[in-house]
Design a protein around this ligand. Structure first.
Ligand code: NAI
Length: 330
């Protein structure tokens, strides 16, 4: 099969090449998919996308006209694909679920620890030979209450890790998993209850119409003033504008995030020479109680290996005229 892989990054190409055991013909483009770059897919039956690629209606229509029939996502989330339109037009679309829930949950823990224990500030101060400790006070995680929002693949691993820290664990999910109650003493509660009770809230839900801007002023007002919010899910689950106000007025203690609501065109690129135009992102980055990483939760060798293997499992199925078990609809 002839495949065009959008948003290609140098570091992932060796992993993808290794996984391409059936030797499909792959072309790589560094460009993200959008209405202008869709034309690059002429002559390709399949495209491979990442989370920053835009597969909205107009783009999907162009791709279909150009002869593209298969879309493989090398991500678990698929909020960037207009699913109903893709289905109606006739595409086959598959994602890469569960490639390593450990990679993302461990990154969420890294963010939480680094923000709480002021690791970045301490390291920056140390580089300037300032070894004072006045600004470096955090809190014990032991016996604190953490709210896990979304107890799917990643949320479950997060629960296991936080149970090891001695946290009291509250959780919320559309479909509670009772095995977590027995195994880790998890208590399922409403989202509002968690907001008012938790010292830490960690997000592990997909971005959907229901979860878009789920965390806004109303819910932030319910939270404890010293709450730490961790987001390795998707940026737009949080209404950044409202959160910034709470962070500025110290009615939320901190935000550790791997994602941002308008990542496209900024994340995954080196903007160090040009700067960025997004004043909201500039503001967020300027706050001392914010720690932001550039959507790197998936960046472990294991996750990259699995992403490659799942992507080519999906493509191999299609090349053999079979259905992939990761297709997004029956
Ligand atoms: P999953 O599908 O295994 O779990 C998601 C859970 O959220 C499910 O249990 C589902 O029932 C629950 N859920 C969905 N909508 C909900 C709602 N409105 N209210 C309450 N619960 C709801 O997904 P997984 O693998 O755990 O991933 C979660 C999210 O993490 C992905 O959708 C993706 O956006 C993000 N992600 C981020 C990465 C990163 O690099 N930062 C990498 C991989 C995933």
């Amino acid at each position: 099969m002839k495949i065009l892989l959008y948003s290609a990054k140098n570091f992932e190409i060796p992993f993808l090449e290794r996984a391409n055991k059936k030797e499909h013909k792959i072309a790589y483009t560094r460009d993200a998919l959008d209405s202008e770059t869709a034309i690059q897919a002429v002559g390709f039956e399949a495209i491979v996308l990442f989370s920053g690629d835009d597969a909205s209606l107009i783009v999907l229509e162009k791709l279909w006209e150009l002869g593209v029939r298969y879309i493989a996502l090398r991500s678990a989330g698929y909020n960037n694909v207009q699913i109903e339109a893709a289905k109606r037009i006739g595409f086959k679309v598959a994602n890469a679920p569960d490639y390593s829930p450990y990679a993302i949950a461990e990154h969420a823990v890294a963010l939480l620890l680094a923000l709480n224990r002021k690791v970045v500030l301490a390291a920056n101060q140390g580089q300037a030979y300032d070894f004072t400790q006045d600004k470096l006070i955090g809190f014990d995680l032991n016996e604190k209450t953490i709210g896990i929002i979304g107890t799917g693949g990643i949320g479950k691993v997060m629960i296991k890790i936080m149970a090891g820290f001695g946290c009291k664990i509250l959780a919320h999910d559309l479909y509670p998993d009772n095995s977590l109650v027995d195994k880790y003493g998890v208590t399922y509660k409403t989202f509002r209850e968690i907001c008012s009770e938790a010292n830490i809230i960690s997000l592990h839900i997909p971005l959907t119409q229901d979860t878009h801007y789920l965390i806004d002023k109303t819910l932030l007002d319910l939270m404890k003033k010293d709450v730490l919010l961790v987001n390795t899910a998707r940026g737009a689950v949080v209404k950044t504008k409202d959160l910034i106000k709470h962070l500025e007025t110290n009615t939320a203690a901190g935000y550790a995030t791997d994602v941002y609501e308008t990542e496209k065109g900024v994340f995954f690129l080196d903007n160090s020479k040009t700067g960025i135009q997004d004043s909201q992102l500039q503001k967020l980055l300027s706050l001392p109680n914010v720690l932001l990483t550039p959507h790197q939760g998936y960046l472990t060798k294991e996750a990259l290996t699995n992403i490659g293997e799942i992507t080519f499992y999906n493509i191999d199925c299609w090349a053999m005229g079979k259905k992939s078990s990761n297709e997004l609809w029956d």
